[in-house]
Each structure stands twice: as C-alpha cells, then as structure tokens.
Design a protein around this ligand. Sequence first.
Ligand SMILES: Nc1ncnc2c1ncn2[C@@H]1O[C@H](COP(=O)(O)OP(=O)(O)OP(=O)(O)O)[C@@H](O)[C@H]1O
Length: 261
Amino acid sequence: MSEVLDFTPPRRPSRNAHRLAASPMPLQVRGLSLELEGKRLLDQVDLTLLDNGITVILGPNGAGKTLLLKCLHGLCQPTSGTVLWHVDGLERPPVLEVRKAQALVQQKPVLLRRSVLANLKFAAKLRYSPIPQGLLENALALARLDHLASHAARTLSGGEQQRLALARALILKPKVLFLDEPAANLDPASTVLIEEAIRAAQSAGTKIVLITHGLSQARRLADNIVFLHRGRILEHSPADKFFSEPATVEAEAYVRGEIVL
Ligand SMILES: Nc1ncnc2c1ncn2[C@@H]1O[C@H](COP(=O)(O)OP(=O)(O)OP(=O)(O)O)[C@@H](O)[C@H]1O
C-alpha cells in the first residue's frame, strides 16, 4: 500500500492523549521506499524524529536526501511505507493539521510572483487573523530585506531569496521545519544570520530537519545526524558520536572529506 501521510480519520484523544501530547515524537517513518523510473531511490527507510534537537541529514550527492525530505513533507509519494505524524496529541491527525504543522524551504525557493512584503503577508494571513503588529517588520529585519520590501521577490538574488523563504516559513511557526541546504547560496554573514534564526526557531519549539553539505555547519548546528547513502540510512546518531566515531566506512570517509560513491 502506498501512503505518504496516514489519511485515516483522527482517533479520538484517548486516555493516553495527555501522554501523546507530551510525546517527544512528532514524526515516525516506517519502511519507506521510493522507486522512480525503475530505480529504487529510497530503500526501507525507518526513522523516528524527536521534537527536540536539530536533525541534520548528511550524505553524498544523489544519496536521496532531497527525496526523503520531500516524502516527509508530502510532496513526494513513496512507493511503500508510512510517514506518521503526532500533532496535538493525535496519533493520526487530520491531513490539514499535518500540512499546517510543517513547512519546507527548498534549495531553490518557490516564491510568489509578488513583492517581498506580499510574500511575507501571504504566509502571515495563513497563520494569523489579524496579523500581529510588527510581525512583518520583524520578518523583514530577520531576513535583512527591509530595503527590498517592495521589490518583486523573484528578482532577488539567490541568497536573498533563500533568506526570504526562511523568514516566510518561520512566520508560519511550524512544528517541523524542513530545510534543504538553506545556506547554499549565502555569503558568510548571511550564513551566520540564518544559523541564528534556525537556532532561535528551535529554542522556540520548532523541530528542525536540515540538509547540508557543509560539515562545519553540521558540526555547529546538529544535535543528531542522519547519514544517507544510496537511499539507505546507514547511521542515525548523536552528532558528537557521529563525528568522533562514525560507525560505517562510508560515513567515516564522508567525514574525512573523501569522495563517497
Ligand atoms: N524525478 C526523478 N526521477 C528519476 N530520478 C530522480 C528523480 N528525482 C531524483 N532522482 C534521482 O534520485 C537520486 C537522489 O536524488 P536527491 O535529489 O534526493 O539526492 P540528494 O542526496 O539530495 O543529492 P544532492 O546532494 O546532489 O542534492 C539522484 O540520483 C537523482 O538523479
């Protein structure tokens, strides 16, 4: 059976609802595989993402990191397996609640054909009614885009678009924020800015799941590391342990900066 999100109706909060509400487990992946054009690109992925800490997904080019993130977000339909969410104490929340609980910032941000400010306003309206005073100004300041507020979002540089996309996602205050190489186009100062924003969001209760190729960035941000290789999770361990004692030859080579095929 192919399931990306569990669409069965929400269970009534049970006697265990209070326990689930406090459960540190927003997302569980069981036996997720993805085949496209006859190739198995994700292979029997099992993953439990706890709601504390920043999870960084590492792995060589083509390992399947982006596809995995898209499957978690519901943008990509796996061939088999399940992605189960826990939202507000419900083991099987309504799909709308799941959608509202998460946001994805893609490597090439998808921005509306509107101004920078209008992009932020669009997100704010989804989350708030009325929009709290100062929210949009704070988001503009966070992205250091005050001076470009009235510019067409799609004419911004790659790095500016990434900063806008992150600020827009943060306005939604998602329970889980998926970030696909959020610093790929950023200069060093913007990278610091983005990393501060990511840490602040995590401290405010957003679970962060982030793909990066920057090993230094992973060392700075990660609480735990998922290491993906040829569509399989070879390791999921605390960041300290991953970097000091990688358990597989592939991860060891990757950490040493060698090419891993
Ligand atoms: N729509 C598709 N059809 C067929 N193959 C695809 C499709 N999308 C991705 N792939 C293949 O799946 C593999 C994994 O792609 P993915 O983008 O997830 O890799 P990645 O780990 O994010 O790589 P990178 O670090 O280079 O961004 C790649 O070999 C890619 O060519």
